[in-house]
Design a binder for this molecule. Sequence first.
Ligand SMILES: [Zn+2]
Length: 233
Amino acid sequence: MPHRSLEAIFANNRRWADALKAEQPDFFKTLAEQQAPDYLWIGCADSRVPANEIMGLLPGEVFVHRNVANVVVHTDFNCLSVIQYAVDVLKVRHIIVTGHYGCGGVSAALENRTMGLIDNWLRNIKDVYTHHQHLFDHLDSHEACDLLCELNVCEQVDHVCHTTIVQDAWKRGQPLTVHGLVYSLEDGVLHDLSVNVSAMEEIPTIYRMYNDQEIFDRLPSRRRRLPQDPEPS
Ligand SMILES: [Zn+2]
């Protein structure tokens, strides 16, 4: 790929902005006043996996967090802050964790070599491997990497669901679904891993921050029938 100078990037930017304005004269003015995305994308920092382009969405339509190998760690205040803002303030309806086949981070986690500080980050992915080690028997390195890319997404979906942020949203009846997808670099296609979590009862009991009665009592249909607000006879 040819090296692009910064001047070329500014020129590209002006062409892009002018083209959008020609199509929708108020586009940037409207966008500057508010953003109301339906989606939070948690994806890999890999330059080949840009959220907006892949989903065919314009600026303003997806809130984005990216890091190496799309990992959600419960002590990562950067990721947690993005999730909290997206859920509590922007009220996104979908959190999409997207991995990609051929992920360099996942591939490195399968190896026994050192690359510096990032080794500590990739340890999270080695944990995913350890949790499912029996599934890797008899796979070649390519198959093992693809499988770990998929399992890593599933595990990070679980991590998102285990946050207090997502559970607080479910508790107050806010519609919110967490999805797991994987993207293929080779053909540009997104695949659904059929991991879709939208309620507290779909996660293991040990990770639930609220018991079933507390959730039940807060459901809108239940609240309408509290004693101080008797049902019409
Ligand atoms: Zn990656």
